[in-house]
Design a protein around this ligand. Structure first.
Ligand code: ATP
Ligand code: MG
Length: 564
């Protein structure tokens, strides 16, 4: 499978330049990367950027990328997230082979390293409360103050840390801290906490531990233990690099991976952090982590995005050092581009209006030939049934139509796609004055969609046979938020910007009969309406449910252009 990542016609990004140089200089013989999710939520499109980078590099260099669960916080982590993350990475098209790891597998060794730091006089047990630690830490402009426990003897520290491990102390009563520099301009270096007491069961180690290592202590040592060469992370970890290096340098570990930071992916009209996505789920603003409006990988999968389109998207945005925002339209275009090539064409009427073709014999029916793809003959043709009663899209008819309305109106002629020319003769309304049916006539000479006399029609509309069509529920999605940056308003909660119209359910769409066999994973273009797929969770034989993946064109770009 091709990931299309870093195709040769583009200069290498700065990370690949570093890797290339390291291989050429002989610093490394092989590059080893890792993707280190914390199993406290589902993966989102931001993680896809990191996955494509880390696994992509491994693939380009015929090497391996480790999948390592960064599971150091038992209060927030669960096995169900581990399983979902594995499924998502596989779905994106990547594989870790035998290189599946858990930070929790290293707890014994991390504990030994902590003891070693204590023996070196580089770590101490501190009895300040977390609030006091914060106050002692100082600020960007003021140095911190040393903890009164900073100068405990090695013996006392060893004794206290062992007893912390044995469960003798309460949560929050003591921590293990690195002994670095309370005056460091980098606040993270002011005696950071390495271990805290948490009397919680861990999803893998059970009740074996009641002290758990912090991210900064765990991550660098896990990388080192696995022989990672390049540890790629997002820019917010820039200040953590000094601590990453301090731990490995101080312990004089046999290898020392290089941490390199890159800009995280930000997309407008959405929120990206797992904490906020969790809120949307828990408070019922969406139906779940895989709600098709969520930019989680499971949401995008259910929505109908292809893995290739996400990989192409990640490739197209590139890897850089500067924070930037990517327009949601770029992601939508990526799936549009992919489906435009690969999705077979079908006809589906989303808001049906019945048309009776009065000069078509009552009991007759026939099959017409339709192309599965207008530009790709290899996708073949199919036969679609036609009869006296059909459905067309309600908004393809207009009563008092302006001259430029090229669809149906009384007295006007249009082409039914792959079928005949029809002319509207009469409008039938109910008692409320709503249009419920059109009476039309067809020209039998125009079978297939052209007139032997050469007369032209301006409009071509889609349709489905009323006798043969299948009824389906169709769900149309819009962006989940109404503003570009829902979580950047300091005064307001991001949930105030939820788009109340982000889901529109059309319960009575009529689809061409072949779509009754649509299976999970199938994707179609419904002509003139966009790309659709059966909903993997709720579609059933006899009660199909289709999701619109994306519209045919970027309607948002058009709207923005119209605004002054
Ligand atoms: P969130 O901020 O959404 O909670 P996280 O960074 O806490 O995400 P992790 O599970 O720790 O989630 O992330 C695993 C990896 O994915 C990390 O290496 C992280 O840097 C990377 N990552 C997370 N979000 C993004 C993003 N928006 N763009 C690129 N990489 C990301
Ligand atoms: Mg994190």
């Amino acid at each position: 499978m091709s990931t299309q990542s870093q195709t040769s016609d583009r200069p290498l990004d700065f990370i690949r330049q570093i890797i290339k140089a390291d291989l050429e200089s002989g610093k490394h013989r092989q590059v080893i990367t890792r993707f280190p999710p914390e199993p406290n939520g589902y993966l989102h499109i931001g993680h896809a950027k990191s996955i494509c980078l880390n696994f992509g590099i491994a693939r380009e260099y015929n090497s391996v990328c480790h999948l390592r669960f960064d599971d150091t916080n038992p209060c927030k982590e669960e096995t169900k997230y581990v399983e979902a993350i594995k499924e998502d990475v596989h779905w994106l098209g990547f594989d870790w082979g035998e290189h599946l790891y858990y930070a929790s597998d290293y707890f014994d060794r991390l504990y030994e390293y902590a003891l070693q730091l204590i023996r070196m006089g580089k770590a101490y047990v501190c009895d300040l409360s977390s609030e006091e630690i914060r106050r002692y830490r100082g600020t960007l402009t003021e140095p911190g103050r040393e903890s009164p426990y900073r100068n405990r003897s090695v013996e006392e520290n060893l004794d206290l840390f062992t007893r912390m491990k044995n469960g003798e102390f309460d949560e929050g009563s003591r921590v293990l801290r690195a002994r670095i520099d309370m005056a460091s301009p980098n606040i993270l270096m002011r005696d950071p906490v390495l271990y805290r007491i948490m009397k919680a069961s861990h999803h893998r180690t059970g009740d074996k531990w009641c002290i758990y290592p912090m991210y900064d202590f765990t991550h660098c040592l896990s990388d080192m233990l696995e022989g990672i060469t390049h540890s790629l992370c997002t820019l917010e970890f820039e200040n953590n690099r000094a601590l990453y290096d301090w731990v490995l340098d101080t312990l004089q570990t046999p290898c020392h991976p290089q941490q390199i930071e890159f800009a995280r992916l930000n997309i407008n009209y959405t929120v990206m952090s797992k904490r906020k996505l969790l809120q949307l789920v828990e408070e019922g603003h969406v139906q779940g982590w895989d709600d098709p409006r969520m930019l989680t990988l499971s949401g995008l999968r259910r929505r109908g995005y292809t893995p290739a389109s996400i990989r192409n998207f990640c490739d197209s945005i590139g890897i850089g050092k500067r924070e930037s925002w990517i327009d949601m339209g770029v992601l939508e275009n990526a799936v549009r581009d992919d489906l435009n090539v690969h999705a077979p064409r079908r006809m589906g009427v989303l808001r049906p209006l019945k048309v009776v073709i009065t000069n078509y014999p009552e009991d007759a029916e026939e099959e017409l030939e339709a192309l599965n793809h207008p530009k790709d003959p290899s996708m073949g043709t199919r036969r679609i049934p036609f009869c006296r009663e059909i459905y067309i899209e309600a908004d393809d008819f207009m009563e008092d139509a302006p001259r430029k309305f090229f669809r149906l109106s009384v007295g006007r002629e249009v082409r039914l796609r792959y079928a005949y020319f029809i002319t509207c003769r009469e409008v039938i309304k109910n008692e409320e004055g709503e249009i419920i049916e059109l009476r039309c006539t067809y020209d039998p000479e125009t079978r297939g969609g052209s007139a032997p006399d050469g007369r032209k029609v301006k409009g071509t509309i889609h349709w489905v046979s009323a006798r043969h069509g299948i009824r389906a529920e169709v769900r149309l999605y819009d962006r989940l938020f109404t503003v570009e940056h829902p979580d950047m308003d300091k005064e307001k909660d991001f949930k105030e910007f939820i788009n109340p119209d982000s889901l529109e359910i059309l319960p009575d769409a009529i689809l061409e009969p072949g779509l009754a066999d649509a299976a999970k994973g199938d994707r179609f273009q419904f002509e003139r309406q966009g790309y659709f797929c059966p909903d993997s969770r709720e579609s059933r034989p006899g009660r199909p449910v289709f999701n619109r993946i994306v519209t045919l064109r970027d309607t948002w770009a058009k709207m923005r252009k119209k605004q002054p």
